[in-house]
Write a protein that binds this ligand. Structure first.
Ligand code: ZN
Length: 134
């Protein structure tokens, strides 16, 4: 795996949190994107080489709504960039990791993504992502 591409943070109220993180990081967000299939609205900030992704639920059965219900707001996942997501999924499965997505799916910010099950990674939700060819 390569660098940490972004850190995902689950928030309740996107407009409040967007303003807060914009102040905190001293930069405006560069992208807002809804991923309808996941029931998620995302806002991205560039912070040096990496990014912060804010995630808010757009409906009550969204994974983000469930996450906040269980754990409250906070760090939701850490995303690592990979050169070849298909090869990486195969490697991780061989190593015995449990994947939530055994096939890459479309994520926000022009990426193919897959999540590992936090039960196999010490309770940390890990995303791997690969930039789609433009
Ligand atoms: Zn992410």
């Amino acid at each position: 795996m390569k660098n940490i591409e972004h850190i995902g943070i689950a928030v309740k109220d996107m407009s409040v949190s967007e303003e807060l993180f914009s102040k905190l990081l001293n930069v405006n967000s560069y992208k807002t994107e809804k991923v309808e299939s996941e029931g998620v609205e995302t806002v991205f900030f560039q912070t040096g080489e990496t990014k912060v992704e804010l995630l808010a639920a757009t409906r009550s059965d969204s994974p983000i709504a469930k996450f906040i219900e269980k754990k409250g707001e906070g760090i939701h996942h850490i995303a690592f960039e990979v050169a070849d997501i298909d090869a990486e999924i195969e490697r991780l499965e061989k190593e015995g990791f449990k994947l939530i997505n055994t096939q890459p799916k479309d994520g926000a910010d022009n990426k193919r993504i897959a999540f590992l099950h936090p039960k196999s990674t010490n309770g940390v939700l890990i995303e791997i992502c690969q930039e789609k060819a433009k």
